[in-house]
Design a binder for this molecule. Structure first.
Ligand code: 0FV
Ligand code: MN
Ligand code: MN
Ligand code: MN
Ligand code: MN
Length: 587
């Protein structure tokens, strides 16, 4: 059926024209190493390759190795333990439910909650089953904070409580002046379950009002919190990345408790010191591989890869997980560039086939640059297999091999689409794209590297890509496209979700982007629904699902947050990394 919308000038058919190729490189090594053995055509014609024009790496190994910290050692550990116990005592002495909720919220935002899991869970359980008084019920902020924290921790609470603030199904105009209440309701609305129309209403009501509010309120700190929340809600953020910002805010707040402030600062610095040690090890691994120099067409982003791993799980005892995830994410970035930017279709078909066979003897069939890719892959898989086997007595080799195969099978589909000029529908694109973004493989590695007891049924559950995993990875794909599709289209790459939807419907890019944001919110609500559903036979723990969701929170932080330099196509802004990983908080 003909569309009534004007057809986008960029993409107007099921086929699109691949962009002009930018870089021309005669790749003699490819030709030499494959002569007579491979499907790569032997030709003296120069091979035309694209370029992503990535900026050079901002952090050299020398700089990372030179990082020094004073936040390590016995004296620091003793000081941290003392403060931790002091904060525990403070926590246990708080008795009013609203004060308890406020404190839990503060601890989470200060990045300290991981020390007090038991206390927090016990308190929320009591609040969940306890009675509320009348003053509470009239307080929008209290109602919304309770709703958000209970749902965040897996205690179902109905949105009925918000009905007290509505008239004929719409939110009461009387709450317009209560900016704190609106902000709390806005944050709560991101915990809505698909189908809860009152929560949809809460979201549109509060987000519209809050957009106007900064000029109308006097409290500058509240204004700042509102702006921050409109940029990204708490449910879409990684608290540790905002901890410095929040510590600063907490320091100025009227209910600041000095011991909590002191512990927050010290703990931040202690964790930063640990992360620096981790980075030094990883940087040695990466510079020894030398892929940054050997494969200059690909991104060289070790610190950014570490940043992703830190966002997925920042707790100190998950060090091993961060090590493996950083390696996997770094390598996936290179392999992805081989498929999207550098490799010819013939080379890519061959590479996909060699990985499928997983035969070290087949390596000789590959062009030299691909040999490095294949060997680095085999090495990291072997190493991880060894570690997991040693610590858990489980052979994950066949699994890991399958994860990479599945990933590359999706990569090659996109390469074929690009090379034939095929324009997929959004549905077709997403079916492939939620895997090609690397979501499932990162979730699977997160699972085997964080669980104390790896269970076969859990592994198989994730491998089958059930709805909850699919939805999360679709969000990651949509977020990535939101941030990277313009650059990808310019250099020549498979059309992104935004462009598929434009081609499907004829809408403008702006409308398509808005549609993607709505889709993302819808998919979050579907995830929330699955998490609380009784029929859902998801064997994964609440806390592991949260680790999985951190991956999409990262997608939001990197690709969807305002225009403060975060959403850069190929690198997380340097200032963010310096603040998180290099500069301690002055005590
Ligand atoms: C995404 O790159 C990216 F950062 C990759 C592949 C590294 C690992 C992935 C995540 C941690 C999300 P790019 O935008 O080139 O990915 P696509 O899929 O669009 O080629
Ligand atoms: Mn790519
Ligand atoms: Mn790709
Ligand atoms: Mn992308
Ligand atoms: Mn892409």
């Amino acid at each position: 059926m003909a569309s009534i919308f004007p057809v986008s000038p960029l993409i107007n058919f099921r086929r699109f024209t691949p962009c002009k190729l930018k870089a021309v490189t005669a790749c003699k090594s490819v030709i030499k190493s494959v002569t007579g053995i491979t499907k790569v055509p032997v030709t003296t014609e120069p091979i035309v390759r694209r370029s992503a024009n990535y900026k050079p790496c901002l952090w050299d190994d020398h700089f990372l190795q030179s990082l020094k910290t004073e936040y390590m050692g016995e004296a620091i550990d003793a000081r941290a333990s003392a403060l931790r116990e002091e904060v525990r005592m403070i926590f246990n002495n708080v008795v009013e439910p609203l004060d308890q909720l406020e404190l839990i919220d503060q601890l989470q935002r200060l990045g300290l909650d991981y020390h007090f899991h038991d206390e927090i869970n016990r308190t929320l359980k009591n609040i969940h089953t306890g009675q509320k008084n009348e003053t509470w019920e009239k307080d929008l902020h209290a109602t919304a904070l309770e709703f958000r924290l209970l749902r965040q921790h897996g205690h179902y609470i109905s949105p009925e409580g918000f009905k007290r603030f509505t008239e004929n199904g719409s939110f009461n105009k009387g709450i317009r002046a209560d900016v704190q209440g609106l902000l709390s309701l806005y944050e709560a609305s991101y915990f809505s379950i698909d189908g809860e129309s009152l929560m949809d209403e809460a979201w549109s009501f509060t987000s519209n009002l809050l957009k106007e509010c900064p000029e109308n309120t006097v409290d500058l700190d509240l204004q700042m919190q509102v702006r921050n929340a409109l940029e990204l809600p708490l449910q879409w953020r990684i608290p540790r990345f905002d901890a410095k910002w929040y510590i600063n805010l907490y320091q100025k707040s009227g209910d600041m408790i000095p011991a909590i402030l002191a512990f927050a600062k010290l703990d931040f610095n202690v964790r930063q010191a640990l992360n620096q040690e981790e980075l030094k090890d990883l940087s040695r691994w990466w510079s020894r591989l030398g892929m940054g120099e050997k494969l200059p067409f690909s991104r060289d982003r070790l610190v950014a890869s570490f940043f992703w791993s830190l966002g997925i799980t920042g707790e100190p005892h998950h060090r091993y997980c961060r090590e493996v995830l950083t390696k996997i994410i770094e390598l996936i970035g290179v392999y992805d560039d081989v498929y999207d930017v550098y490799g010819t279709l013939d080379e890519l078909e061959l590479f996909t086939d060699v990985v499928h066979r997983w035969d070290i003897n087949a390596m000789k069939e590959l062009p030299d640059y691909m040999k490095l890719c294949f060997l680095s892959l085999i090495n990291v898989v072997n190493e991880t297999t060894y570690d997991i086997l040693k610590d858990h007595n489980i052979d994950t080799f066949p699994h890991q091999k399958k994860w990479f195969n599945d990933l590359f099978e999706r990569y090659i589909v996109e390469a074929r689409w690009y090379n034939s000029g095929y324009q997929p529908t959004l549905e077709e694109y997403l079916k492939n794209g939620f895997v090609s973004i690397g979501g499932p493989i990162i979730v699977l590695y997160s699972y085997i590297c964080t669980e104390d007891q790896i269970k076969k049924e859990d592994l198989e559950f994730i491998e089958d890509l059930p709805d909850i995993v699919r939805l999360a990875c679709e969000i990651l794909r949509l977020s990535d496209d939101y941030g990277t599709s313009s650059a990808e289209l310019k250099r020549g790459d498979v059309p992104s979700s935004i462009h598929c939807y434009m081609s499907d419907t004829g809408v403008s890019e702006e409308v398509s982007r808005e549609h993607m944001m709505n889709l993302i919110r819808k998919k979050w609500a579907q995830i929330n629904k699955l998490r609380f559903s009784k029929e859902n036979n998801n064997p994964l723990s609440w806390s592991f699902v949260d680790i999985m969701l951190n991956l999409i929170r990262l997608g939001h932080c990197v690709y969807n947050a305002g225009d403060d330099g975060y959403g850069v196509e190929d690198v997380v802004a340097k200032d963010t990394l310096v603040s998180l990983l290099v500069e301690p908080i002055p005590l």
